[in-house]
Design a protein around this ligand. Structure first.
Ligand SMILES: [Zn+2]
Length: 414
């Protein structure tokens, strides 16, 4: 199994080197935007990397002084962004042509060489050499733990320019043997964290998403019709509200039953003894959910609770404070960690879907709350895709940390 980490390292670049890095970033962004525009030409969006390569590589080489691997990295960036637009369209969401503006540049082993105290980086001109600016002798920094560890190898990096500093986010990985303790952990009891929301109705700490699009459509219709009828205010209108309500409620409930079945299966599949939700009181204030959502969350909780009980799985609610702002990897809590759907920790650079990060935090919060309790049979980990998170937020054993492995779209019934 592979364990991956990203270590942010500040670089010491003099003004001449800084100018070259800026130049390289500018050309990289230009290349990514050029490929994106090309992908959007024609009747269909081109998302194939091979095709985009064939159709743009020579042009980009001709127009820039980028290293060939930077040209490829820019093309990959463009291809992935275009793919996610197509994905959103498929889900009926709005998305426009991507445009890259944030100062960043992707490095791999052909364009960067990582040394003990410095890195050499390809630019639009010669390679530059930049020293790492490291914290003093701190034993517990990610630098000593991963970057300078013999067990980890560097796989690449992203260069960022932020608040006047050049930062290199270095990706490291190591192979760890999968040990049997994971099964033991699962049998002793683990918790499945569940985040509820508007865009994604539910997201689990195992990385499964139940999107809210379809539900949202029904809910809006329901709320609108209810509103229209209420305006009339007659006895006839009141009766109609009730009948519209019953009909729509039936459809909602069907969807929610399906999701609740899926959630319980997810918990069983991963050997969880507890399913933890965030507290449902005040959820509207926190998430901007409508009363329709609140109604749905309450039903969903109720269904999961009684279905899980059949399998001896407990269902509980935990204090949701900061679960969306806290980094599930390092614990750093800041409102700027989250940018709508995206979560990127300002401290350790952990990146993932914001709801998935929140689901992991909900599981962790449950663990911490129960750590000081009687202890008997208390769960020992948060269930992830594979492996668990322990109470310190560490993976045991680690696995590919990808949030999008199982998307359960509720689109099948229109
Ligand atoms: Zn972090």
């Amino acid at each position: 199994m592979e364990k991956r980490r990203t270590v942010p390292v500040k670089l010491d670049a003099d003004s001449a080197d800084a100018a070259l890095l800026q130049d390289t970033i500018d050309e990289f962004l230009w290349a990514a935007n050029y490929v994106t525009r090309h992908a959007f030409e024609g009747e269909y969006i081109t998302t194939s990397k091979t095709r985009l390569h064939d159709e743009t590589y020579e042009d980009v080489r001709g127009e820039t002084n980028l290293h060939s691997n930077h040209v490829q990295a820019a093309r990959n960036k463009a291809a992935e962004a275009c793919k996610s637009v197509v994905e959103k369209w498929k889900q009926g969401k709005k998305a426009s042509m991507p445009h890259f503006t944030s100062s960043h540049l992707v490095y791999d082993h052909r364009t960067a060489t990582f040394h003990e105290e410095y890195v050499t980086l390809a630019t639009t001109d010669d390679r530059i050499e930049a020293d790492y600016v490291l914290p003093d002798e701190d034993r517990d920094t990610p630098h000593s733990e991963y970057l300078f560890s013999d067990e980890y190898e560097t796989t690449g990096a992203e260069l960022h320019y932020r608040d006047g500093s050049w930062m290199l986010h270095i990706h490291c990985k190591t192979d760890v043997e999968s040990d049997t303790s994971v099964q033991v952990t699962a049998e002793n009891g683990t918790v499945l964290g569940v985040d509820l929301g508007v865009d994604n109705l539910a997201v689990t700490s195992t990385g499964t998403f139940w999107v809210g699009d379809e539900f949202d459509h029904w809910r809006r219709e329901y709320e609108k019709r209810r509103g229209d009828l209420q305006e009339h205010g007659t006895r006839w209108a009141h009766k109609n509200i009730q009948s519209v309500g019953r009909k729509e409620e039936g459809r909602f409930k069907q969807t929610l039953h399906r999701i609740s079945n899926d959630l319980v299966s997810e918990a069983r599949k991963h050997g969880c003894s507890v399913i933890a939700f965030e507290e449902l009181t005040d959820i509207r204030e926190r998430t901007g959910a409508s009363w329709g959502h609140k109604w749905a969350f309450d039903r969903l909780y109720e269904y999961v609770e009684y279905k899980a009980a059949e399998y001896g799985i407990d269902v509980t609610q935990i204090d949701p404070e900061n679960t969306s702002r806290r980094c599930s990897e390092c614990g750093f809590t800041h409102p700027d960690n989250r940018d709508s759907e995206g979560f990127e920790c300002l401290k350790c650079s952990y990146e993932n879907h914001a709801d998935y990060n929140a689901a992991k935090n909900i599981g962790l919060r449950y663990l911490r709350r129960n750590q000081t309790g009687d202890g008997g049979g208390a769960p020992v980990g948060v269930r992830l895709n594979s492996g668990t998170l322990n109470v310190n937020g560490e993976y045991e054993p680690p696995a590919e940390d990808s949030a999008r492995t199982g998307v359960h779209a509720e689109n099948s019934r229109l």
